[in-house]
Design a protein around this ligand. Structure first.
Ligand code: GNR
Ligand code: NI
Length: 174
């Protein structure tokens, strides 16, 4: 099921998500909904808080720009190592139409539990490394505009306020 994606600023997007206690069918259904929602919105990643679920679950698929990649679901991801620096023009499905350069680590080592309940570790670079950091930020109540200057962030806040007002006019019941 495609779920609705929250638009920033939203109080849910500022909260810290809770660890998943056990990987059961309910979590697997959440992962399925998150992949459907991410592909529907043509994103390369999605974090559970973006659909209003405050649990530490993210999905990723950077194949549009890294063909050697594959869909990945991470439960309780933990960044173990960060190496180097890179900048990339980031966007966010919760901040539509905005894109700004953000500095991140170039390479990350991440430990997570997969939907079968098995612990995994992955070393990632390129866009996947950036997306992992962008998604783990969401689990900690942070979005990419929190890495920008106050001036840029407040301009984007105004544009999102206008976007929300326009959407409310077009879909009064939503
Ligand atoms: O779809 C997305 N594209 C993207 C581009 C550059 C850096 C990060 C991202 S993640 C974003 C999807 C999203 O909002 N995930 O939380
Ligand atoms: Ni995002």
């Amino acid at each position: 099921m495609v779920r609705e994606i929250l638009i920033w600023p939203d109080p849910i997007l500022k909260k810290t998500a809770a660890p998943v206690a056990s990987v059961d069918d309910k979590v697997r259904k959440l992962v399925e909904d998150m992949f459907e929602t991410m592909y529907d919105a043509e994103g390369i990643g999605l974090a559970a808080p973006q659909i209003g679920v405050l649990q530490r679950v993210i999905v990723l698929d950077t194949r549009p720009r890294q063909p050697e990649s594959r869909p990945i679901a991470m439960i309780n991801p933990e960044l173990l190592e960060l190496h180097g620096k890179t900048t990339y023009e980031e966007g966010c499905l919760s901040i539509p139409g905005e894109a700004e350069e953000v500095e991140r680590a170039a390479v990350v080592k991440v430990r997570y539990v997969d939907p079968d309940g098995n612990e995994q570790t992955l070393v990632a670079d390129g866009l996947l490394a950036i997306a992992i950091q962008h998604e783990t930020d969401h689990l900690n109540g942070t979005v990419f505009v929190d890495h920008l200057s106050t001036l840029k962030r407040e301009l984007i806040r105004k544009r999102m306020k206008r976007l929300k007002a326009e959407r409310a006019e077009v879909r009064p019941q939503a």
